[in-house]
Design a protein. Structure first.
Length: 286
């Protein structure tokens, strides 16, 4: 199929882009990499009357590494992250997660902001943002606001973005050098969306006991989610095989994944436990 007719504009400032979105009266869409929006338009699952392209707006493709963490502009592409060797140290969880994103062609065009705004529940970047307590900068007709990732995703393919708002920056908090982490996902074929995935990190106190556990999951709900019971089971422990088994069991017990053409709920539940156990086992050796 082909997209329905639409108007195309390419502003040079954020203010102009916001004004164009306001003029669309809810029938305008932002486009950057277009790796999600264009297929949806081709199948007429999305029928915007106006596309507002961000490609000529400066300063949205920066990667800054500062004392408070990593700052990613909304137009940063997956290939930009992969080629920035600083991120392997500054945020290894992010660097690992994006290696699972789709295929080379998509990674060469797809953007951080586009993935977050699209909010596919199986996508890697929303899972990383939620797990790492990212803060999102959003610009719109009412001004600039900062949104926590935990509040941003509201349902499958839905966020708190208003029709005249643009996500401009993602801030991932600073990453201690000694932090333990892992990212694991499983898809039927490499590059497919994950049937389930797990992102995790934790720190160790002076007694080598786990503190500050963060465990997120993708592909098992209509939004990325934190696994609170699994986090509680890991906090305060010394990680060993017995603890790993208990944490995996806690994760399986607390989730209620869907069944669909790709996998039944029981399979996804077991998969989350397996991925989490493998991730924790990997983290021990870091």
């Amino acid at each position: 199929m082909k997209p329905s007719a639409f108007e195309y504009r390419s502003p040079t400032t954020l203010a102009e882009a916001v004004s164009l979105l306001q003029s669309g009266n809810g029938n305008a869409k932002v486009i950057s990499g277009g790796q999600s929006l264009m297929p949806m338009m081709a199948f007429r699952l999305a029928v915007p009357e106006l596309l507002v392209d961000l490609k000529h707006i400066p300063d949205l493709n920066m990667i800054r590494i500062e004392d408070d963490g990593v700052h990613l502009g909304a137009k940063v592409r997956w290939c930009d992250i992969a080629s920035d060797q600083r991120l392997a140290k500054a945020h290894p969880l992010l660097a690992e997660a994006i290696t699972h994103v789709a295929h080379y062609q998509v990674r060469n065009r797809g953007t951080v902001g586009g993935s977050l705004a699209h909010a596919d529940p199986s996508a890697e970047m929303p899972g990383v943002a939620l797990t790492c307590e990212a803060r999102l900068t959003i610009v719109g007709g009412a001004g600039t606001r900062i949104e926590k990732a935990s509040a941003f995703f509201t349902a499958a393919l839905q966020t708190t973005l208003e029709p005249d708002e643009i996500l401009t920056e993602v801030h991932l908090p600073a990453w201690p050098a000694a932090r333990r982490w892992a990212f694991k996902e499983f898809a039927r074929r490499k590059g497919d969306f994950a049937m389930a995935g797990v992102a995790l990190f934790y720190d160790l106190d002076d007694d080598r006991r786990v503190v500050n556990t963060h465990i997120g999951a993708i592909g098992i709900s209509d939004c990325p989610i934190r696994l609170g019971a699994a986090e509680a089971a890991l906090n305060g422990s010394v990680v060993d095989d017995q603890v790993i088994a208990a944490v995996a069991a806690a994760a399986r017990s607390e989730i209620d994944p869907p069944s669909d053409i790709h996998a039944p709920a029981a399979y996804r539940r077991a998969l989350v436990g397996t991925l989490l156990a493998r991730g924790l086992q990997q983290s021990i050796g870091q």
